[in-house]
Design a protein around this ligand. Structure first.
Ligand SMILES: Nc1ncnc2c1ncn2[C@@H]1O[C@H](COP(=O)(O)OP(=O)(O)OP(=O)(O)O)[C@@H](O)[C@H]1O
Length: 344
């Protein structure tokens, strides 16, 4: 745990220290196991982690829906564990599940939340118009909520969250169900919130897209922060490395999965395997070995064992998979094999 006297930097809106939460009952899960986290004004902090890593538990404690067993949470100077109602008033949260808005239209729902949060009518109108326009919700703005698609409902929930944003904005999977074009618009609005001086805590599985928007990232696994840094800091160990991704011919299964049959295709020895799922495998390769790996992959394509291959700069997703993959049991995730093989 960090020094208690240094608990809050000048710009910190959210400061979490030593947060622990165990759910009681027969299965008794230690959902958060000593979490430290800071989110400053003007920052987007991404929270990454596999299903069940403890992200929602953390968020729910921050907004006072779940009581921690131990640790402290300060939100805009308020002790959020002792005074959750005061802390909650300083935060806006988009939960994982959308609040039902049956009987309203997206425009009405956004305006209503703005008014409930205490913003003045002209400001609510201005902000609602801005969000409807910026998220390309115009065509749906006056459609009854029952008739809008899942993606439009998700964007409406985002607009409801940020129409009159608190000092801290918590977004739990805001991009779910949203089409790629509107996702870009959404990412721009998330960034704009921070640029306007809000602190944004963003829970997401969308590593590739989040990388371009977040200032810092915390990677959570089994209730513990495995790594926390800027995207550049997290990817520094992979600088000079490339990712090679291959699609296996005939939807084959990598040999790291049980029950695989068929002849095996060995990775080129210069490749370090990272992940394998049905029909697809990826690994990292040093940049200077890239030409020979391309020659190998091309030969495999011509021999009909691979459908396609791609080499890209190693990304945050590779760091994430390596960290979380290494920390999980071998049965849960494909682990790098000493004799790397993919099956064809
Ligand atoms: N109310 C609860 N009672 C008992 N166990 C719970 C409860 N809520 C969550 N858990 C368990 O705590 C662990 C952490 O869950 P949590 O929802 O915080 O994870 P998450 O990272 O948000 O997952 P996801 O990405 O799937 O939303 C999981 O093992 C989950 O089953």
């Amino acid at each position: 745990m960090r020094d208690e006297e240094n608990v809050m930097g000048t710009d910190d809106v959210l400061t979490v220290r030593g947060l622990r939460k165990r759910y009681r009952g027969r299965t008794g899960v230690q959902a958060n196991d000593g979490i430290d986290l800071d989110v400053a004004a003007g920052q987007v902090v991404g929270l990454l982690g596999h299903n069940g890593a403890g992200k929602s538990t953390l968020v729910n404690q921050v907004v006072g829906l779940v009581l921690p067993d131990a640790g402290t949470i300060h939100l805009d100077g308020i002790d959020a564990v002792a005074q959750p109602h005061l802390a909650r008033a300083r935060a806006s949260i988009q939960a994982q599940a959308n609040v039902p808005i049956t009987g309203l239209t997206p425009r009405r729902a956004v305006e209503l939340v703005g008014r409930i949060r205490g913003a003045r009518r002209p400001e609510v109108r201005r902000r609602t118009e801005h969000l409807l326009d910026a998220l390309d919700l115009g065509p749906w703005a006056d459609t009854p909520a029952e008739k809008v698609s899942g993606g439009i409902a998700r964007l409406t929930a985002f607009a409801m969250t940020v129409v009159a944003p608190g000092r801290l904005v918590v977004l739990d999977e805001p991009t779910n169900d949203v089409d790629p074009v509107r996702r870009r618009l959404l990412w721009q609005q998330i960034r704009a919130l921070a640029d306007d001086g809000h602190a944004v805590l963003l829970v997401t599985h969308n590593v590739r897209e989040a990388e371009r928007v977040v200032d810092r990232l915390a990677i959570l696994d089994h209730g513990v922060v495995l790594a926390e840094d800027t995207p550049a800091g997290l990817t520094a160990p992979l600088r000079g490395a490339l990712t090679v991704e291959v699609d296996l011919a005939h939807d084959a299964t990598p040999t790291t999965e049980p029950g695989t049959t068929g002849p095996a295709v060995a990775w080129h020895p210069a490749v370090r395997p990272v992940a394998a799922t049905r029909g697809r495998a990826s690994g990292t390769v040093a940049a200077d070995a890239a030409p020979e790996v391309v020659r190998w992959a091309q030969a495999e394509v011509e021999a009909g064992r691979l459908e396609r291959y791609a080499l890209t700069p190693a990304s945050l997703e590779d760091v994430y998979v390596a960290l979380v993959g290494d920390a999980r049991p071998a049965t849960d995730a494909p682990t790098p094999a000493t004799t790397p093989e993919v099956a064809a």
